[in-house]
Design a protein around this ligand. Structure first.
Ligand code: NAP
Length: 255
């Protein structure tokens, strides 16, 4: 194998992927396993299909059924993974929710739920993960799933835009303090991807057409479109990359 390709290999690494039951997280988890990692899969729903795809690759998969919004979630996830797969080296904070409503009608309950899952849970899990790495003086990688709404305001998604813009800031803040410890913190900003998260947009013919017309690549993204980016940011190939939010958006932000 060419030397540069070897820097993308993840053999012997242990990764945690939140939101791995479906959508982007399932493909992130499989991508990391294809590159050689063992993967802990976190979600509330059925993790068996993702786990089966990983074991079929000859890697270990550990389903961890946890609601990441719970206050004790981070501690439970990190303890379970360390005990059953070994100390984790890679954390992909991908689980996320969206609540759509006009700003004038948006509820505080939705605000709290979105900020709790999309931002506070990332803070908690990243802090626990980085503290464990620091305690054993090990390097590591944190990859957050940001959004185009880390750069833009969007429509009818104020809580989501606030959380994802906050996530880009948290990515930079963590990168500044964790880079000296050998921990890379970066984010991926997927464009408009055909998953459950965007089902409401794709079901609305007017919004669906308006979005599609603005994407230079001429199509909605698929989870497979972000697999290369997560392997890059999880691997030694990105050791000098800190604090970025990398758009994988078919050119949307270039318009
Ligand atoms: N689709 C897009 O166009 C797009 C664009 C930009 C960014 N994103 C971001 O990409 C990430 C993945 O989105 P997706 O499109 O793949 O969404 P999705 O298909 O709705 O999947 C969301 C995942 O997050 C998990 N999850 C949600 N709340 C959770 C909780 N409280 N505890 C544990 N797991 C939880 C879900 O698992 P369970 O329901 O089984 O718990 C599921 O695995 C999100 O952060 C999203 O904001 C998506």
């Amino acid at each position: 194998m060419a030397a540069v390709l070897a820097t993308f290999r993840l053999n012997g690494r242990v990764a945690i992927v939140t939101g791995a039951s479906r959508g982007l997280g399932a493909d992130f988890a499989v991508a990391l396993a294809e590159a050689g990692a063992d993967v802990a899969l976190v979600a509330r729903g059925d993790l068996a299909p993702t786990a089966a795809a990983i074991t079929a690759l000859g890697r270990r998969a550990l389903p961890v059924a946890v609601d990441i919004g719970a206050p004790d979630a981070a501690g439970r996830i990190l303890a379970t993974v360390s005990a059953q797969l070994g100390p984790p080296d890679i954390l992909v904070n991908n689980a996320g929710i969206i609540r759509r409503a006009a700003f004038l009608e948006a509820s505080e309950a939705d605000w709290d739920e979105v900020l709790n899952v999309n931002l506070r849970a990332v803070f908690r899990l990243s802090q626990g993960f980085a503290a464990a790495l620091a305690a054993r003086r090990a390097p590591g990688k944190i990859i957050n799933t940001a959004s185009l709404l880390s750069f833009q305001g969007g429509l009818r998604v104020a809580s989501y835009a606030a959380a994802k813009s906050g996530l880009a800031g948290l990515t930079r803040a963590m990168a500044n303090e964790l880079a000296p410890l050998g921990i890379n913190v970066n984010a991926i900003a997927p464009g408009y991807m055909a998953t459950d998260n965007t089902a409401a947009l794709r079901a609305d013919p007017v919004r669906q057409r308006a979005i599609l017309e603005r994407i230079p690549a001429g199509r909605w993204g698929a989870p497979a479109d972000v697999k290369g980016a997560v392997v890059f940011l999880a691997s030694a190939a990105s050791d000098y990359v800190h604090g970025i939010t990398l758009p994988v958006d078919g050119g949307w932000l270039a318009r």
